[in-house]
Write a protein that binds this ligand. Structure first.
Ligand code: HPA
Length: 243
């Protein structure tokens, strides 16, 4: 069963026929919100609002371990994460979509592994390709079916937040080879890998990253891009679930 983790702008799944909404607890604490079991396009699906519903938990405070654990326990066999991001590469414009294929992790101080305490042996997961390629390809194929233009690969920079970056930080990320920047891509992707859950990301660009335009970044601009782009994300999820 596919699970969707909704980020900023997606705390509730439009079109989801809710079957149950369960408050779960895990050995790692409580997830951000109830795990919603439902049907989307006639297919069973799980939904979790990453920042809670209503949106309350900032990126650095999200209990990523509890979120992924709860989804697995609820029966998830694969995860599509939806992330609002800033665009760094010149082809990443507000309201555009990217299905990233790489990550650089700049976060710190987050609980980022299940392999932390009382271990019989230390486990180093392979993370060369942080996203599940078959799941990525499935999303890309469905985007083609729907004729939704998107960027088929790119590198996601995961920053700590909750503040946005400085212009110099974005310059550094660009030099590092990052195409988009968000605050929630990690440790989520790595924890999914630790739980052996195939994981892919639909990134919605909601602003040009800091210093790339003459303007400062306002929440109003971000809201507008969310409004303009989230419809495409929802159609893509709907189509992917049916595939
Ligand atoms: N930086 C980091 N995270 C973000 C941004 C950004 O510019 N936009 C949306 N999430």
């Amino acid at each position: 069963m596919l699970a969707i983790i909704g980020g900023t702008g997606l705390t509730q799944m439009q079109g989801l026929k809710v079957i149950s909404s369960q408050q779960m607890t895990t050995p790692w604490g409580s997830p951000s919100a109830d795990v919603v079991k439902g049907e989307l396009a006639g297919r069973p699906v799980l939904f979790l609002a990453r920042h809670g519903h209503p949106h309350r938990t900032p990126p650095h405070k999200v209990n990523y371990r509890a979120n992924l654990w709860a989804l697995k326990e609820a029966g998830a066999t694969a995860i599509i994460a939806v992330n609002a991001v800033g665009g760094i590469s010149s082809n990443c414009e507000p309201a555009g979509l990217m299905i990233p294929d790489q990550i650089i992790d700049y976060t710190y101080g987050r609980e980022h592994t299940y392999f932390a305490d009382d271990l019989e042996s230390v486990t180093h997961i392979d993370f060369s390709w942080p996203y599940d390629e078959p799941l990525r390809q499935l999303i890309l194929q469905q985007a083609q079916v729907l004729d939704i233009a998107l960027l088929a690969k790119g590198t996601y920079a995961a920053t700590q937040g909750p503040r946005l970056e400085t212009a110099a930080e974005i310059k550094r990320l660009a030099n590092d080879g990052c195409d988009i920047v968000g605050m929630t891509g990690m440790p989520e992707a790595a924890l999914a890998r630790e739980l052996e859950l195939p994981y892919a990301c639909i990134a919605l660009v909601v602003n040009m990253a800091a210093g790339l335009t003459d303007e400062i970044i306002t929440m109003a601009d971000i809201e507008e891009a969310l409004q303009n782009g989230m419809g495409k994300v929802l159609s893509l999820l709907d189509q992917t679930i049916q595939a």
